[in-house]
Structures are given as structure tokens and as C-alpha cells.
Design a protein around this ligand. Structure first.
Ligand code: GLU
Length: 493
């Protein structure tokens, strides 16, 4: 393969949409795999929407994901003159023409077509104006657009899409489309091609919604004397109702930043997004960076639309459960020191961070993460479900409160008594903790699970968790005794 040059050309909208992120990821993987280059190009021709802030949102999202680019960001708006020059070149070569049809004329023809239930297509009224007719209209100051002259007669544009296979579009089905507006601004269809030619793009990997543009764009390439790139269109990602996932109907879950703020591990999100429309051909779902680059190919992109499995009505899952499960997989298996640096900003944000976690209490901190991560799904779980490790003011889980405490009113007296037994130990080890808890249960003639689960509730705030004997020892005598002594506060007076 000659030099691979791919691009990610988002139109800035203020945040990086997960669908856009997937496009970026596929292009990035393809470039990595073939030793090629990824070009970031901001298609900012819609000046109103293209604020500094919206551009920053995209760049931050890509950086957070770890998707690196080799050139850019380039800005489409900086090349407007080139786009217009290309249109002039097409005009001069007779491959485009000035169209003076007014809005009213076009509308009348469109309405007539609608009434006749016929497909509307521009009737090429201005295609064959004589030079004199054109000059007269220009002298009269009539505004015009520039239209591309689509070849006439039989035949059409045929090309091979790497995902969708052979595609053909008859010339007669393509109208003479506008490439420059009457205000002189170039249209996206043209700008995009001119930029891809200048940036020497070899492969265009983009969403399936771009497929309808491809025949017209190929015509532009040919008319400009350039070889079109290889095209690969990716399937759409739809929700369970087969609707496109959009901010309007799905809210913030469509933005990459949302996953960052909700405690996703960047690579876990990359791994999840890759699987929306690509498969390695075997059943693997978890890939390291190197494995993914090795396994990725355009052939693995599926034609069928992928499903983003999100049920707004299931509060347990704030996004596609598969995304959460993949995140949990990484969170539970990644090297603990790496996890520590990811958890740190979340603790800092909640004022739960202690600098000693990087010095004197480093091993205590790492062990805390090791013990608690077994049940966690996202990094925010360390500050919510895991808050009791880092602070004395934590909320008690409702099930834990009802099932493990209030169901047994005697615990109101028993837990302070258990505190006393722990207080008498020089320090708590897991073995000692187990002995104390069992002796205590025996003395009161209850199953050991009752005081142990009650202790879990008041010490960790949770209903489930790691072995309580480990927890007693790890949290230490002072906190254990304190929390057991204070257990009365959870009971009615
Ligand atoms: N700016 C276009 C978009 O965001 C790019 C389409 C393309 O890849 O050609 O949809």
C-alpha cells in the first residue's frame, strides 16, 4: 500500500460525539496499523457554530481518549480561497456553470414536481446559456450560484466501498449540484474534496451518512484531475428504537466528556466504541492497544448498523451496559499503580485526597484500591460506594440499613459492645478480627453473619464488599472502634 494518509474532519459542535470518536478511532487504528498519518481537520466553515470552545471540546476529547494525530489541526476556513479557486478552475474548464435561477423559480419547479408526485431535480436551465446570455445577466448584477456539470447520457459513477462493496449511481440520478453559493462561499461537498486532495488523503473512512455524497465527490475529484481516495463507510450506530443517537434525544451520554466525568478509563471507552461496528472475526472483546492495532482492518467493519443498547428507564445503567462492563473489566484488572493515578483526580474533586497516599500511606492506599475494586464499575465508585475508606462522613446504603441493621434492634446495644472487644486488642489483624467476631456471635447465640454484616453496614456504609475481617484490619482499630461505637445513631431513639 502506498502511503496511508487518513483524516478526521469533525464539524465543531462543542463536544466530541461518541459516533465522531468512533470515526476518529477507526482512522487512527488504520493509520497506526499501516504506519500512516492521521490528519485532524476542523471543518469550521459554519462560522457561527465554530467557536474556540467547541474546537477545544473536540481536541480535549481526542486527547483524553489517547487518539493521537500526526498533522493538524488544520482549519477548513483557512482554505476558503482555495475552494473557490477550484470552482473557478471547473468553470474555466467547462465542468461547472453559473446558474442564475432565482429562489422563487426553483421553488415553483419543486412545488410542481411535488404536485406531479415526481422526483425533483434541478432542470439544468442555465447549463447551456450562451456566453452572451451569461454576460448580460452578470452585467445586470443578477446573483448566481456555481453548479457542477454532471455528465449526461448513459452510465454513471461506479466505485467500490471497502465496507459496502460495489456501488453505482446513474448520472441521470444526480442533479447539477451547487458547489458555490450566491454569496461566494463554497459548499461542504467541494471544500471537503479540495482539502482531501491537498492533504493527500489516501483513505476516507467515515460514517455511512457520507455515502450519498460519495458519487458527487468522485465527480469533483475527476473533474479536478485527481484520483479519488479509497472509501470505507462505517455503519450507523442506532438506539434500541433504531433512531440515531443524538444529544437532543439521549442527552449527555452522547458526549465523550460525559464518560470521562463519570469515571471511565479512556482505553475502556475506546475498546467499547471500536466494537460498535467492527469485529475481529473471533469472539474477542477485550483488546490492548497493540492487539487492537494488530487485529484492526477495514474488512472487519460490519455493514449492519450497530446498536447502542441504552435504556433510559433502567437507573442501574447510565449508559450501554456493555460499556460499563468493559470499563469494569479494565478497572479490576489494570496495574494498581495505574489505577491509582486515575482515581486520584476523582478523590481530589471530592476533597478526599490525602497527599500521604503518595508517600507514607502509599501501600495502604494501593491496598484499599485492590480490596475495593472487585465490585466497582467506574472510577467514581471509589468516591461514592468507596467513600468510607477515605472519610468519616459517608451515607449508608438503604439495603444495608434495613436488612443488616434495623431488622435486628438488639444490634443497637451489641455493636458498641463489639467495639469494646476490638478496643481491647493491641491492633486488629484479620485472624484476630475473625476470632473476636465469632466469639461475640457465640456469646449472643446468633449466627456470625449478623454482627459481621451489621459491622459492614456501619463501617463501610455498604451491603456487600470484601471480607470483613480484612476490612477491620485494613481500616484499623481507631476507625473500626469509633464507627461501631457510634452505630446507635442509625437506630430509632
Ligand atoms: N465534517 C464532516 C462531518 O463532520 C466530515 C465528513 C467526512 O468525513 O467527509 O460530518
Amino acid at each position: 500500500m502506498s502511503e496511508v494518509r487518513v483524516r478526521f474532519p469533525p464539524s465543531p459542535t462543542g463536544y466530541l460525539h461518541i459516533g465522531g470518536a468512533r470515526t476518529a478511532i477507526y482512522n487512527w487504528l488504520f493509520a497506526q496499523k499501516h504506519g500512516g498519518k492521521l490528519i485532524l481537520r476542523i471543518e469550521d466553515t459554519d462560522a457561527e457554530r465554530s467557536t474556540e470552545e467547541s474546537i477545544r471540546g473536540i481536541i480535549e476529547g481526542l486527547e483524553w481518549l489517547g487518539v493521537t494525530w500526526d498533522e493538524g489541526p488544520y482549519f477548513q476556513s483557512a482554505h476558503a480561497a482555495e475552494h473557490v479557486a477550484a470552482a473557478q478552475q471547473l468553470l474555466a474548464a467547462g465542468q461547472a456553470y453559473k446558474c442564475f435561477c432565482t429562489k422563487e423559480e426553483l421553488e415553483a419547479r419543486r412545488d410542481a414536481a411535488a404536485q406531479a408526485k415526481a422526483d425533483y431535480r434541478y432542470n439544468a436551465a442555465c447549463r447551456d446559456l450562451s456566453p452572451e446570455e451569461i454576460a448580460a445577466r452578470e452585467t445586470a448584477g443578477l446573483p448566481y450560484v456555481i453548479r457542477f456539470k454532471v455528465p449526461r447520457g448513459e452510465g454513471g459513477v461506479a466505485f467500490r466501498d471497502e465496507v459496502y462493496g460495489g456501488i453505482e449511481r446513474a448520472y441521470r440520478d444526480i442533479e447539477d449540484f451547487v458547489i458555490v453559493r450566491s454569496d461566494g462561499s463554497p459548499l461542504y461537498l467541494l471544500s471537503n474534496v479540495v482539502d482531501d486532495i491537498r492533504d493527500r488523503i489516501s483513505h476516507v473512512i467515515r460514517g455511512q451518512d457520507g455515502l450519498s455524497n460519495t458519487p458527487r465527490q468522485i465527480l469533483i475529484y475527476r473533474a479536478l484531475g485527481a484520483t479519488p481516495p479509497v472509501f470505507a463507510h462505517m455503519p450507523l450506530t442506532l438506539d434500541l428504537n433504531k433512531a440515531k443517537i443524538s444529544k437532543r434525544s439521549h442527552g449527555e451520554i452522547v458526549a465523550v466528556q460525559f464518560y470521562r466525568d463519570r469515571g471511565f478509563i479512556p482505553w475502556a471507552l475506546v475498546n467499547f466504541l471500536v466494537l460498535l461496528g467492527w469485529s475481529s472475526g473471533d469472539d474477542r472483546e477485550i483488546f490492548s492497544r497493540a492487539e487492537l492495532i494488530e487485529a484492526f482492518s477495514l474488512r472487519g467493519i460490519t455493514k449492519a448498523n450497530s446498536i447502542f443498547n441504552y435504556r433510559k428507564d433502567d437507573p442501574k445503567f447510565f449508559t450501554d451496559p456493555k460499556a460499563i462492563n468493559i470499563n469494569a473489566h479494565y478497572l479490576r484488572t489494570m496495574p494498581i499503580a495505574e489505577l491509582a493515578s486515575l482515581v486520584k483526580p476523582f478523590l481530589e474533586k471530592e476533597s478526599l485526597w490525602d497527599p500521604a497516599y503518595e508517600n507514607g500511606q502509599r501501600s495502604w492506599f494501593l491496598q484499599t484500591l485492590e480490596m475495593s475494586r472487585e465490585r466497582f464499575h467506574t472510577l467514581t465508585d471509589f468516591t461514592t460506594l468507596g467513600r468510607a475508606w477515605f472519610a468519616d462522613d459517608f451515607a449508608i446504603d438503604e439495603t444495608a440499613l434495613n436488612k443488616n441493621l434495623l431488622k435486628h434492634p438488639q444490634l443497637k446495644e451489641w455493636l458498641p459492645e463489639l467495639a469494646q472487644r476490638f478496643a481491647e486488642l493491641p491492633q486488629i489483624t484479620p485472624d484476630e478480627a475473625e476470632r473476636v467476631a465469632r466469639e461475640f456471635a457465640e456469646a449472643h447465640q446468633v449466627k456470625p453473619g449478623i454482627p459481621i454484616n451489621a459491622a459492614r453496614a456501619v463501617i463501610t456504609g455498604q451491603n456487600k464488599g470484601p471480607s470483613m475481617f480484612e476490612v477491620f484490619a485494613h481500616l484499623g482499630k481507631e476507625k473500626v472502634v469509633q464507627r461501631l461505637r457510634d452505630a446507635g445513631k442509625y437506630f430509632p431513639a
